[in-house]
Design a protein around this ligand. Structure first.
Ligand code: ADP
Length: 462
């Protein structure tokens, strides 16, 4: 009979064949299967056998350290996550070492983070091997994360690393943290710059940007503007100033300002014959009835021109309700548009994340029960979706029409085909990275690297 080792609810273990000498795992006998938190998962075949290549951040709360692994695929399995979603996962077989014991286990690869642990060991992997003492931790030996770090190399910093400024308001947002991490992983010098703390010297010869305390922000190679709606005016001015200093801006100020005005965006899309729901706009209250008729009558959607995250979007079920809401908004001097309601979408829309003319990932968002707005900020949920070639083309063309290198294009599926709802110049990364498992932040950094390279070769050619 095999000797059983006693382990606690969390332990350090080793997965030698994956090149992971130290990984902290959560032991969970409530879960059947074991899982590794992996990303950039790519299956491939070699000599008739199925393998998978994937990346992992082996240290908890650290995305700077990346290990690339390759594992033998023994199965594909549908696994239900804690949120109840079904997910198809690759299953790999690999040896594990815990304490002085070693045996083979099956592990599923998932991009879902299980409470921050990079690995979860379920009961199947522990059968006849271990006894769990759920009240203890690290029965096989404790180790600080910093010591585990010594087993891995940090991404080397590039000699020709760029100086990149992330121009935003909140350094603690998931998207902002990820962009900084991704830039550092690429070996660049990343700096968070708070828009509010910038001030400028506007002159024809030597435009400059200063930062709080009087620091001159010089030699910034690239800027990633992530401007929140309430900061659009000033944020665009600072972005424009950086552009004048010669910095490469991932999205330029004109395109950002365009995308912030729903009417202006729709007019631009219409110029490029990109499909959208029938939309009306008027200023004087006498036209309200005609406006309602123009979009086919109730039910219809009324939107504040500068609303975001679904907050200024209202559904009017009857013509009477529509008339009251429109007139109420008008009396508040609010700029609105009126739009046909795409009922058949059933509270779902598709967010396509476009970078540099390519859709790098897409998710379907579904409104919370009782709502028709699919925004994740309003409690909507995100799942993976396969988009059609037509939807892909529409998303790419919409981003191009707006002049955005990075854009979140929202598409709604109507009975007449896909239609663009809106285009976001600072699309969030959390939902898309979580659902697709793609390192979207890193793709944004790739886009900067390519853009600067292209600009340099164009300058040399002239
Ligand atoms: P915001 O910029 O505030 O997110 P959107 O125009 O994207 O505003 O609308 C928010 C959500 O409301 C969309 O994601 C979609 O789910 C729903 N929605 C918007 N317009 C329509 C419409 N015309 N028909 C059906 N649903 C809509």
């Amino acid at each position: 009979m095999t000797k059983k080792i006693v382990i606690g609810k969390e332990e350090w273990c080793e997965l030698p064949e994956l090149g992971l000498p130290a990984i902290k795992a959560r032991i969970d006998s409530g879960a059947k299967t074991s899982s590794l938190h992996a990303f950039n998962i790519h299956p491939f075949e070699d000599a008739g056998k199925k393998y998978v290549h994937f990346d992992i951040h082996p240290i908890q709360n650290n995305r700077r350290t990346v290990q690339s692994c390759r594992g033998l695929v023994v199965d594909q399995r549908d696994v239900k996550s804690s949120s109840g979603d079904k997910e198809r996962r690759h299953v790999i077989k690999t040896p594990i070492i815990m304490g002085d014991e070693a045996w083979e286990i099956e592990v599923t690869l998932t991009n879902r983070d299980s409470m921050g642990y990079r690995m979860l060991i379920g009961r199947e992997a522990m059968k006849e091997r271990v006894l769990i003492d759920p009240d203890s931790s690290f029965c096989l030996g404790a180790m600080a994360e910093s010591s585990a770090q010594e087993y891995y190399k940090e991404a080397p910093s590039k000699k020709d690393g760029l100086k990149i400024a992330l121009l935003a308001s909140n350094p603690n947002l998931y998207s902002n943290k990820r962009i900084i991490e991704a830039g550092e992983e690429h070996g660049h010098e990343m700096r968070f710059i708070n828009i509010r703390h910038c001030y400028m010297n506007i002159s024809a010869l030597d435009p400059e940007v200063y930062y709080r305390g009087g620091e001159l922000l010089e030699n910034v190679d690239a800027v990633i503007p992530r401007i929140k709606p309430s900061m659009t005016f000033y944020g665009c001015a600072v972005t424009r100033q950086f552009q004048s200093t010669g910095a490469y801006c991932l999205n330029d100020s004109v395109s950002i300002a365009r995308s912030r005005d729903k009417l202006r965006s729709l007019q631009l899309l219409s110029n490029h014959t990109i499909p959208m729901p029938t939309t009306g706009f008027a200023n004087s209250p006498v036209d309200t009835k005609n406006l309602i008729k123009m979009v086919g009558g109730a039910p219809l959607v009324i939107k504040l021109l500068e609303g975001t995250q679904g907050k200024g979007v209202v559904l009017a079920e009857t013509n009477k309700a529509a008339e009251s809401v429109i007139n109420a908004f008008k009396s508040l001097q609010a700029n609105i548009l009126v739009q046909e309601f795409i009922k058949e979408a059933q509270g779902k829309d598709i967010r396509c994340f476009v970078i540099n003319g390519k859709v790098v990932g897409s998710i379907q968002r579904e409104a919370a029960a009782g709502d028709f707005r699919a925004n994740l900020h309003l409690g909507g949920t995100a799942t993976s979706v396969r988009i059609t070639p037509q939807e892909r083309k529409i998303a790419i063309n919409a981003a191009k029409a707006m002049g955005l290198k990075v854009a979140g294009v929202d598409i709604i599926r109507s009975k007449d085909g896909p239609k663009v709802l809106e285009i976001n110049s600072s699309p969030g990364l959390e939902g898309i990275e979580d659902v697709t498992g793609k390192d979207v932040a890193s793709l944004m950094i790739d886009c900067i690297e390519q853009g600067i390279k292209k600009r340099k070769s164009a300058a040399l050619a002239n």
